[in-house]
Design a protein around this ligand. Sequence first.
Ligand SMILES: *Cc1c(COP(=O)(O)O)cnc(C)c1O
Length: 416
Amino acid sequence: MDDFYYEGGALRCEGVALDEIARAAGTPTYVYSHAAIQRAYTELDEAFSGLDHLVCYAVKANGNLAVLRALASLGAGADIVSGGELYRAMRAGFDPKKVVFAGVGKTEAELMAGLGERILLFNVESAPELERLERLAARFGKRARVSLRVNPDVDAGSHDHITTGRERDKFGIPIEQALALADRAKQYRCVDIIGVHQHIGSQITKLQPFRDSVERSAGLVEELKTRGFDIQYFNIGGGLGIRYKDEETPTPKELVEAIRPTLEAAGTKILCEMGRFISGAAGVLLTGVVYRKKSGEKDFIVADAGMNDLLRPSLYDAHHEIRAVEQNGSVTGADLVGPVCESGDYLARDRELPDAQEGDLLAVMDAGAYGFSMASNYNSRPRPAEVMVSGERWSVVREREHYADLVKGELVPAFL
Ligand SMILES: *Cc1c(COP(=O)(O)O)cnc(C)c1O
């Protein structure tokens, strides 16, 4: 089932023609399918059936309030990595009892905000963080519910920038040190070690790294229990990949079946925290063609969306399918580039692309995760609008930024 499909040569999102959205909302615009978000979440949730579990959504993949509300309404939890994401999650209506907070550099203000909301778990990534959490909880008369984020030293095999579970990566606590840290925490009065957390990377397309890491981390669950810790949660992280091009990715069911015996043996509530799998395929970036340009042998399609709107191609050399919003059947070998003043500003390079002419519309597929959330104002470009479609209805869920937004908060000092 695809929520983006052609009908009579026109690309649609659920019951709405993308051309209609582009005409009304302009371009570039992100378009999200409510049905696709629901379907992905439900597929994950059902994969874990038979296990006491909670599927959390990694807010950093796409933190738009409408996306978050859609997931909160389905009963999802939220995986956050900053105070700003906590704010978003609360604004969107997530139950704080379903919020888990990861990140290597949580500040005092962020830890306090989490304590204030009485979130489900802090995924603590170092000894000094645990110590600071104890101090703050004591000072404010709170209890901190803690999972230790371990680094299982498994290579997830994805892009170097998004692989997080190897010893040389900055994330988590080496498994050998986790036991010592837990023992030290026994003296802490306000911190309860009740979980084990791991997250080994993103866009993982193989089962083996999940199997290996879950097994290692489950060993720690077991060991902590043996030492008298009341471990109630085992968080296996996120990172399940999606198909951008021709990747063969495991389904949620295949993932869970591969590790089910280990999860059952752990005897805890199972948490996962997927971002890309839930929102990635649920969004496209609509962009208009500004110019066609030839430069020697190279053919360029110049779009009104660039690396500031969708950074993944420039940052990770990531592949996104490009589709014509109105099919005309012809293709051309070209680069799809943006207007930003950087040679690295492209959406697709050396590719067979729809032969789009000035004024035509293109859809950059699978842009629902790490799309808008990584957008910037580089080159003083207002960030795109965001739209959500549900059946025949659609609504702007974030206005396109105005020029005034670009200088918001800037002040020219009196001495000038
Ligand atoms: C980014 C992140 C996730 C989500 O990763 P996806 O690849 O989007 O599923 C989950 N947990 C943590 C701790 C993260 O940093």
